[in-house]
Design a protein around this ligand. Structure first.
Ligand SMILES: *[C@@H]1O[C@H](CO)[C@@H](O)[C@H](O)[C@H]1NC(C)=O
Ligand SMILES: *[C@@H]1O[C@H](CO)[C@@H](O)[C@H](O)[C@H]1NC(C)=O
Ligand SMILES: *[C@@H]1O[C@H](CO)[C@@H](O)[C@H](O)[C@H]1NC(C)=O
Ligand SMILES: *[C@@H]1O[C@H](CO)[C@@H](O)[C@H](O)[C@H]1NC(C)=O
Ligand SMILES: *[C@@H]1O[C@H](CO)[C@@H](O)[C@H](O)[C@H]1NC(C)=O
Length: 479
């Protein structure tokens, strides 16, 4: 292919929209678990529901009786396990409940001419069924959106027993007006369902698609595309990009496409691309956070080499002659953004670090001595055990080169070996102890992750897991 053709293809691939940096897959197992928890929640809600008054009239041959049923509460509710499924055709979720029966109780009042009467009633509603289809999408800000696509409610039959007053007079006429009551109940179910969906939608709208994860970094997670729904799962692609809050600079690399393996035995999987990780390190880098001053008091006491001009004479023979017995300070900075690259089972980290060494005169003036540049490569493994993220890191390569010197040129081999030894014997053991103890997995407010597994794949991390929703949260937001 000619370069111009390649350029056109590159442009085209950019026009096709951005690749997600993070992918979330919710499986049918998740849906069934949420349904199970949700059914308990709905049952609780139904038992606390307050019914609006039902009014109507009935002709009892000698005139018209006006009736009102009020203070209606649920006394018993038998919610059969609903059927909930991903609906590929509707890019949404279909819920159906068959054979729901509810027992109610309340007060009745009648007006028949000047005669006012009243008492109590019991009502049973039989064979209610409800089918609701919600559609999932993405709004212009990248929020997940839900809307009601269809709702159908049917009430099979009602049975009413009136007690007190002159109820014996109109009890025989129940068959004449229960049709009206069936209609009233039937017509109120779908608006209630709609109301609930609208409240979920406004919760989703209120969710921020950008979160500040530290003082330095924000994390942007709008959907890149509408969710993709199949019978077995729901897939969402999120931008998944970290930015420096201060600079909000775009990194000089873009997210590459990746495909996660199907994990139907787990409720959810989260794939995080190396792009997402590298955007975090670029965020720190572009905010100027990846630099430090190192002085002698930071060198471990066990180190045989001190950060002073006499001690450094081992590596740079002319140094103690030109600057005898002075403390030194090192200005260490990332000269490029650290880059992570993921291979099956392994993560690699490349660091490019610059070092400027100064001698500190007794009057505290810092005199520049020399400038070094180093390229190092680390590789690490990561896994999840005891619900903690654990890992281990080894150093694969470390090279040191002299960039410039105020004290004359010197060979860096000895210094390179010295630093290598220092990293291997002092830095990595500490880091590996930390990683060996593990970092607790981030937990959601509504529940916690169980049976989590982490895999490193080419270009991305794949975490798949089950969730356990806290009983206390079941009455709340179970999504
Ligand atoms: C993040 O922090 C910045 C600066 O402190 C602030 O302006 C911004 O509103 C914060 N964003 C969120 C989502 O909290
Ligand atoms: C080294 O730096 C630390 C932190 O900046 C400081 O607290 C300490 O006093 C310094 N030590 C020397 C010997 O300058
Ligand atoms: C420099 O380090 C040596 C040990 O290598 C120590 O004996 C000496 O006192 C140190 N000098 C200063 C100025 O800290
Ligand atoms: C500090 O001392 C050095 C050498 O002893 C000298 O060259 C320099 O001018 C002094 N700096 C100040 C600010 O006095
Ligand atoms: C280590 O780095 C040097 C210089 O960059 C390179 O020549 C060498 O091949 C690298 N070794 C490994 C094992 O990557």
């Amino acid at each position: 292919m000619r370069p111009s053709v390649i350029a056109v293809f590159t442009l085209l691939s950019c026009v096709c929209g951005e690749n997600p940096g993070v992918k979330v897959v919710l499986t049918n197992k998740w849906l069934q678990y949420v349904k199970h928890v949700g059914a308990g929640w709905v049952q609780d809600k139904l038992e606390k529901i307050t019914f609006p008054d039902i009014s109507g009239d009935v002709n009892i041959h000698i005139g018209t009786v006006y009736y009102t049923l009020s203070g209606t509460t649920v006394t018993k509710c038998d919610l059969p396990e609903p059927v909930v499924e991903f609906s590929q055709d509707n890019t949404g979720v279909k819920t159906s409940i068959e054979g729901l029966s509810v027992a109610l109780a309340g007060d009745w009042r009648t007006n028949f001419g000047l005669i006012h009467d009243g008492g109590t009633f019991e009502m049973a509603i039989f064979s209610m069924s409800l089918t609701s289809v919600v559609q999932l999408g993405k709004d212009s800000d990248g929020h997940l959106s839900v809307s009601s696509l269809s709702c159908d409610a049917q009430v099979g039959d009602v049975d009413i027993q009136f007690h007190g007053g002159a109820s014996w007079i109109f009890q025989p006429f129940v068959d004449h007006f229960k049709g009206h009551i069936v209609d009233m109940i039937q017509s109120q179910i779908c608006p209630k369902v709609q109301e609930f969906i609208v409240s979920v939608e406004s919760d989703l709208q209120a969710m921020s698609v950008s979160v500040n994860v530290s003082e330095v970094l924000s994390f942007e997670i709008p959907l890149t595309d509408p969710p993709v729904i199949e019978a077995s799962n729901l897939k969402m692609g999120l931008k998944g990009e970290f930015y420096s809050i201060k600079t909000h600079m775009e990194p000089p690399f873009v997210a590459q496409p990746f495909t996660m393996p199907e994990q139907p035995d787990h409720m959810l999987s989260v794939g995080m691309s190396e792009f997402t990780m590298n955007s975090a390190s670029y965020g720190y880098f572009s905010a100027g956070q990846l630099q430090a001053l190192i002085n002698d008091s930071m060198i471990p006491p066990a180190s045989p080499v001190r950060l002073n001009t006499s001690s450094m004479g081992v590596f740079i023979p002319q140094l103690p002659k030109q600057f005898p017995n002075l403390l030194m300070v090192l200005q260490v900075y990332a000269s490029d953004s650290p880059m992570v690259s993921l291979q099956p089972g392994l993560g690699e980290l490349g660091l490019q670090v610059g070092v400027i060494a100064y001698a500190i005169e007794p009057n505290t003036t810092q005199v520049p001595l020399f400038k070094l540049s180093s390229i190092s490569k680390f590789s690490g493994k990561m896994w999840i055990a005891d619900q903690k993220l654990k890992g281990s890191v080894t150093m694969d390569n470390f090279t040191l080169t002299l960039v410039s010197s105020e004290v004359g040129t010197f060979k860096t081999d000895a210094l390179e070996n010295g630093v290598k030894m220092g990293i291997k014997m002092m830095v990595l053991p500490k880091l590996n102890t930390l990683l060996g103890n593990g970092i607790p997995l981030p937990q959601m407010k509504q529940g916690h992750l169980v049976n989590s597994v982490l895999n490193i794949e080419k270009g991305f991390l794949d975490i798949y897991s089950d969730v356990e929703i806290e009983p206390a949260e079941r009455n709340n937001n179970f999504l």
